[in-house]
Design a protein around this ligand. Structure first.
Ligand SMILES: [Zn+2]
Length: 448
């Protein structure tokens, strides 16, 4: 029996053009592992985002619209406050009620830990009041402040130069800049805005005490930009407008059809016909007083409405490194993979994109999942292969994105022990091609 298995192994091995490692589910023995290792070559990932499944499914914000049972993802945010030398200025390191740590905490509390950053209000608008935008309350994303750091640096307190601020923080302690998405307060009086440092999203603003409602709306809005959301009003000073789909056509992939009513009669009322051709044929309008809504990106106070597609885009950017590579997903808090609400793969899929997951994957019978780029699983995540399903790691990598724990591994169907004389072929569940690798898994798979 062993001899036969070995022979079969060799045949499959040759068929894979000498570039592959073929592993028998739960049958491989030490000598075969050694054999495989001899053929180990450098991985050749193919992260080209061109597969049809990427274009039609995984790149679409609509795919990520949250469902009821979905896991909640936590975005870590680290607050950095620049101050004058003396403990004066917008935020102070004492307990005074006006601008001390208590006041700061209560402001931050309104947008963290599952408060108003997570739950969306219903749409309210002064125009197209019956426009049907389905209300989803739970966006499945919450924010958490990891730490608040104070820097008594008078020059940087008044400096309008993001890079100088980030470099200073990094010099003090490089870990601080990676701890959570940097949210930097100083007193330069420059406008609050989305920034970035070394390819990662960061926010710089001069927010002070005294208007907690403005502070909340402002911070939710700026963090919205970090998630790739644009304004619902026309751009006057950067930030990008979703009404213009960042320059894309109406109806193209990221268009927010659940924010902008088509053939909006308010356009005529506002006499904004000159702007219409930009997003024809939708004939939607950007929001502009008096036609405004309570959308979180609308720039008004008390804004707490997020549409399903906006929520989908936020979640997509926790999975993919999109939004011009601002890599917000790297600030996701470590979490256990959801074993209940899984991603089900029921047809052959080629994953030629880099994705960070929060749920297990189940590959259904008859389907093959081919990993050509990078898949990063959450803690204890499982890729389960049903009988007859296959996993091919073709130059790509499956690993864990969490720093505090590894993923479980690939779960393959149990292989029955063969009776003497049984010459039926042993099922092959996992193949590693072109240096494809499986890292940081707890299970030795598919070896026992
Ligand atoms: Zn903005």
């Amino acid at each position: 029996m062993y001899k036969y298995a070995r022979l079969k192994f060799t045949i499959i091995f040759l068929m894979s053009l000498l570039l592959s490692k073929t592993i028998y589910a739960q049958r491989q023995v030490a000598s075969e592992i050694t054999l495989n290792n001899k053929t180990a070559i450098t991985p050749t990932p193919s992260c080209i985002n061109e597969s049809s499944v990427y274009k039609k499914k995984y790149s679409q914000q609509s795919f990520y619209i949250p469902k009821q049972g979905d896991p909640v993802i936590t975005l870590k945010i680290t607050l950095h406050i620049f101050k004058p030398i003396a403990d004066s200025g917008r935020w102070q390191m004492d307990n005074n009620k006006i601008n001390g740590t208590e006041a700061l905490r209560s402001m931050l509390d309104s947008i963290t830990n599952g408060h108003q950053e997570r739950y969306a209000a219903k749409r309210r608008a002064t125009y197209a009041k019956d426009f049907n935008s389905p209300h989803i309350r739970d966006s499945k994303i919450r924010f958490e402040i990891t730490n608040v750091y104070f820097y008594p640096e008078p020059n940087l307190y008044t400096m309008y130069n993001d890079q100088a601020l980030f470099e200073y923080i990094e010099k003090v302690d490089p870990k601080r800049i990676e701890e959570g998405m940097p949210l930097v307060f100083n007193g330069s009086n420059g406008p609050g805005h989305l920034s970035s440092y070394k390819g990662n999203a960061a926010i710089v603003t001069t927010i002070g005490n005294g208007d907690p409602i403005f502070a909340r709306s402002h911070l939710l809005h700026e963090i919205g930009h970090a998630f790739g959301l644009g304004h619902t009003y026309v751009n006057t000073s950067g930030g990008g407008s979703d009404w213009q789909n960042f320059g894309g056509a109406c109806g193209s992939d990221d268009y927010l059809s659940d924010v902008f009513p088509n053939n909006n009669p308010a356009c005529q009322n506002e006499g904004q016909a000159t702007f219409k051709p930009t997003n024809a044929p939708c004939m939607s309008c950007y929001e502009s007083s008096p036609d405004t809504s309570n959308n979180v990106m609308g720039g008004q106070r008390y804004n707490l409405w997020m549409s399903p597609l906006q929520m989908g885009r936020r979640l997509r950017n926790m999975h993919l490194n999109s939004n011009a590579g601002r890599n917000l997903r790297q600030f996701a808090k470590d979490m256990e993979s959801d074993h209940k609400n899984v991603w089900t793969i029921s047809k052959n899929e080629d994953w030629d994109f880099d994705i960070q997951l929060y749920k297990d994957i189940v590959v259904k019978a008859g389907a093959t999942l081919t990993i050509k780029c990078k898949v990063a699983m959450a803690i204890d995540g499982i890729i389960k292969l049903e009988p007859g399903a296959k996993l091919i790691v073709d130059g790509g990598e499956i690993t864990s994105w969490c720093k505090s724990g590894n993923w479980q591994g690939v779960q393959t169907p149990a292989v029955k022990k063969k009776k003497p004389g049984d010459k039926s072929a042993t099922a092959v569940y996992i193949k590693l091609l072109k240096g494809g690798t499986i890292n940081k898994a707890k299970m030795q798979m598919p070896l026992n």
